[in-house]
Design a binder for this molecule. Structure first.
Ligand code: SAH
Length: 393
């Protein structure tokens, strides 16, 4: 049944064509909104001829005014959200049987635009990133508790994108109790991290499958740059003779040491330093490594910082290539949305040329499968993670 209260958003011809082509986002200039519509409403979406196209979440502050929820007019009620959450959870259970730490809801890609839910064992860390999700947080929290039977939920709605949506920055426990740190399992390891004070939702679950992958390549002397709580370093420590983890944050470095100890890994050295300086000094000292991981923060946060960002990435990769022994592996990532895969690979090629080396591309990876990308929304693919093997032409 269609509720008479549901507002109707009319797409322009261009907006309608975009919707029909499958794009789940409609921009401000491609839609006409009725008077009285409020941010966070769920609107029926009509084309220029008044035909129903589906339903979408409304955001008045954002350039992305509509985000697709359905292609029909089924009620968007508690049962609707329960089913979407259950479907997202079922995918993760099928992908990672027996595991309990992964992203369970990845926004648009799980049909819940603006809702991000990361599961760390018995605890969840949640971001409400659009007004529609923010307004329904009580309902959503209830459904998450019902689905996951979790002991506590941390609200990490302190991501800066909230300001673009006209939402305040917020953080705090919104259900049960959340210990600090929480302990999650990653493969055979236990990793402790803080859902309240950690970066993003506490950890970088998008790199979880890549941590395990790097562990498979690790041997000899390993170096993990931008280590955070040691995700890459500790998986590599299970196989390598010696691992050095570098991070400039004292808090992160304490966590890496504690996590190494927690897992009985006595071969992890921690350097609380700027990676650029660490690498420069290592090159000057003639150091050699058999595997190096580079997982820097986003250097190019917008188009204007793209050139400078690429210079930063190139310097890191050039130094790492200089430090790798022949046949050594480089696991190199960029989470800058603005650096596309082609630009990333061009940067790597230029770095290799400057280093007088070449490399075999063994893997071109991205975020883990718990961070799916919608085919129609491929611009949300942000993480690149290549595995190279250095060769000496
Ligand atoms: N590799 C981690 C995530 C890295 S997040 C994982 O897989 O879990 C980026 C990290 O880089 C943060 O911990 C931050 O403290 C650190 N960082 C940022 N700039 C740095 C710099 N110039 N030198 C060293 N560490 C830096």
């Amino acid at each position: 049944m269609v509720s008479p209260a549901r507002p109707v958003a009319h797409l322009t011809a261009r907006g309608g064509a975009r919707w029909i082509a499958g794009h789940p986002w409609i921009f401000r200039s491609d839609v006409r909104l009725p008077p009285g519509i409020a941010t966070g409403d769920i609107a029926l979406v009509h084309d220029v001829e008044g035909r129903l196209l589906g339903q979408a979440c409304v955001s008045l502050a954002s350039q992305i005014t509509l985000r697709r929820l359905t292609l029909d007019e089924r009620p968007v009620d508690k049962a609707f959200f329960r089913a979407r959450i259950a479907d997202a959870a079922a995918l993760r259970q099928a992908l990672f049987p027996g595991e309990a730490s992964y992203r369970v809801i990845h926004g648009d890609a799980d049909g819940l635009p603006g809702l991000v839910v990361d599961r760390y064992g018995d605890w969840l860390s949640v971001q409400f990133l659009t007004p529609a999700m923010d307004r329904r947080r009580e309902l959503l929290v209830g459904l998450l508790v019902e689905q996951f039977n979790c002991k506590g939920i941390m609200n990490r709605s302190d991501a800066s994108v909230r300001t673009l949506e006209g939402l305040p920055i917020e953080k705090g426990v919104i259900h049960g109790d959340v210990p600090d740190p929480v302990v999650m399992r990653e493969g055979r390891l236990e990793i402790a991290l803080s859902l309240e004070h950690g970066q993003k939702t506490g950890g970088f679950l998008d790199q979880r499958e890549n941590h395990l992958m790097a562990g498979r390549y690790a041997h000899g002397r390993a170096l993990d740059c931008f280590s955070y709580v040691g995700g890459f370093a500790l998986q590599m420590a299970r196989k390598a003779t010696q691992v050095t983890a570098v991070d400039s944050s004292a808090q992160a470095c304490e966590r890496i040491s504690a996590n190494a100890e927690r897992n009985g890994l006595g071969n992890v050295a921690v350097a609380c330093e700027n990676v650029f300086e660490f690498l420069r000094a290592a090159v000057d000292a003639g150091e050699r490594y058999d595997i190096i991981v580079l997982d820097p923060p986003a250097f190019a946060r917008n188009k204007a910082s793209l050139a400078a960002g690429l210079r930063g990435y190139k310097e890191l990769n050039l130094r790492a290539m200089q430090l790798l022994s022949p046949g050594g592996y480089l696991v190199t990532a960029s989470c800058s949305h603005h650096v596309g895969e082609q630009a990333f690979e061009d940067m790597l090629r230029a770095a290799a040329a400057d280093a007088g080396r070449d490399a075999q591309v063994l893997e071109r990876r991205g975020a883990g499968r718990d961070h799916p990308v919608l085919l129609a929304l491929s611009e949300t693919r942000y993480l690149k993670c290549h595995v190279l093997r250095m060769v000496q032409p």
